[in-house]
Write a protein of this length. Structure first.
Length: 469
């Protein structure tokens, strides 16, 4: 615990939804919900306008639609959010070398380590300056909490929402916490909260009065002892600049259970490609491939295979995930698939098995070609001519063109039209796609409808929220 409020907690306000409102002028001041739009999707973030209807993060999307039927429902644009997050984290890095990111929109900062604050006045000045810089750089707002510990700083930032700053003076922690619900403390979720309620403890002061021995009896040594300390307002966890990633993974939940084995294999290969993309972006390789399968009855199976050395080769990961899938019974249907890589390293060891197989295949192909050549020469001119004629015919017969696949336009995603310029997808269906043409700095734009395969309409890139001079 510190004698000065030099631990800062930043939490961007309704981050995903706010980023969508900033990039889409027609949505500003209106309820916006970002998340999975299928029947099994959940809310990732809801704007403050949507929260007034009771919509909140982690809520099933179907329930959100019932509460706020007129809200705008959009698919997340994670690459866009990540680019904004990088700008915010850069600003935090200017304050201190000790920045501990918790997610794309949340982080702790040790102001003392950056020599920018050593008392309440300088800490508040640093926090206010940060909020101004974030707004100028990203066009978005963030809430700041300042305190002598991480736990209290996070509570302070929650009280500051939206777009505010709250500083809690060291020494006032117990008075602040005493009347609050036990759920305000880290590690007290619904199950633990209910367990404590049944024991007659609903406020933090109840925990402090119960004593450490009673909490240990109820919750176990580790959890009970730490909860007693937090109830006293004590938290000595340091701000940790870097957290080593233990794994990289991606997963998808499907609107309808998958039964077709070919489709399931295709989805696993697609997830493997995405996983490797994230793996490479993080600058890592990995040696253990993990497959996650949640079946129709919600039973979840996890299978893994460890390679001889770390890899970031999409082919190797894809083949390993495919082998793992062969050992899983998917007869009743699959509702979720995931592919991950663990055992991370910051270097790559080429897959020797794959290399050996490739060399063997090349040698076999060369041998087969030599044998075919010898056979032709031995058969005489007529055979050689027949081979030549067949080759000529094969060279002019074009392969059968695959059937065109209907393009998918996700609500909220960026597009660009050859005539109308930049816009975003409002919705699509029955062969049509509706687009609103507007940009972050423009007035609300006009809506136009096109065929989904309109050649003049293409996926677009997210535009910056704040103009670059």
């Amino acid at each position: 615990m510190r004698a000065a409020p030099t631990i800062l907690h930043l939490d961007m306000d309704a981050f995903f939804a706010a980023a969508e409102q900033a990039s889409k002028p027609s949505l500003r001041g209106k309820p916006v919900v970002v998340g999975g739009l299928g029947p099994r999707g959940v809310v990732a973030t809801a704007s403050y306008e949507a929260r007034r209807f009771g919509v909140h993060s982690a809520m099933p999307m179907g329930q959100a639609r019932r509460l706020a039927p007129n809200a705008a429902y959009l698919v997340p644009r994670f690459s866009f959010y990540r680019s904004i997050s990088e700008q915010v984290m850069e600003l935090l890095g200017r304050l201190s070398p000790l920045v501990e990111p918790l997610s794309l929109d949340e982080a702790f900062v040790d102001l003392e380590a950056g020599s920018v604050a050593d008392d309440s006045t300088s800490a508040r000045a640093a926090g206010e300056r940060l909020r101004v810089d974030i707004l100028a750089t990203t066009g978005l707002t963030g809430s700041v909490g300042l305190a002598g510990s991480k736990m209290i700083a996070k509570i302070a930032s929650e009280e500051a929402k939206p777009d505010g700053l709250v500083l809690i003076e060291p020494g006032t922690e117990r008075e602040l916490l005493a009347p609050r619900s036990v759920r305000i403390l880290p590690g007290v979720g619904p199950a633990t909260g209910e367990h404590l309620r049944r024991a007659g403890m609903t406020t933090v002061s109840d925990l402090a009065e119960a004593g450490e021995d009673e909490l240990v009896r109820l919750l176990g040594r580790a959890h009970g002892a730490s909860l007693y300390l937090m109830a006293q307002g004590y938290d000595d966890r340091p701000v940790v600049a870097e957290r080593d990633a233990k794994s990289v993974s991606v997963e998808d939940t499907f609107d309808v259970d998958l039964h077709d084995r070919v489709r399931i294999r295709f989805e696993v290969e697609r997830l493997a490609e995405r996983c490797v993309g994230r793996l490479r972006a993080s600058g890592h390789s990995g040696r253990t491939i993990v497959l996650k399968v949640r079946r129709f009855d919600f039973s979840t199976l996890t299978r893994s295979e460890t390679l001889r050395g770390p890899t970031d080769d999409p082919g190797v990961v894809r083949e390993a995930a495919g082998r793992l899938l062969e050992a899983v019974d998917t007869t009743g249907g699959v509702r979720l698939l995931g592919v991950g890589v663990s055992g991370l390293a910051d270097y790559t060891q080429e897959d020797l098995f794959a290399q050996a197989e490739a060399e063997g295949a090349s040698a076999a192909a060369a041998a087969a070609a030599a044998a075919a050549s010898a056979s032709v020469e031995g058969a005489g001119g007529d055979a050689a001519a027949a081979v030549t004629d067949a080759s000529a015919v094969a060279s002019v017969v074009e392969p059968e063109a695959p059937e065109p696949v209907e393009r998918h336009w996700a609500p909220g995603h960026d597009v660009r039209h050859a005539v109308y310029g930049a816009g975003w997808v409002q919705g699509s269906g029955v062969g049509r796609v509706t687009v609103r043409f507007e940009e972050p700095g423009s007035e609300p734009g006009r809506v136009r409808t096109f065929a989904v395969d309109d050649p003049e309409l293409e996926p677009g890139e997210a535009l910056p929220l704040v103009g670059r001079g």
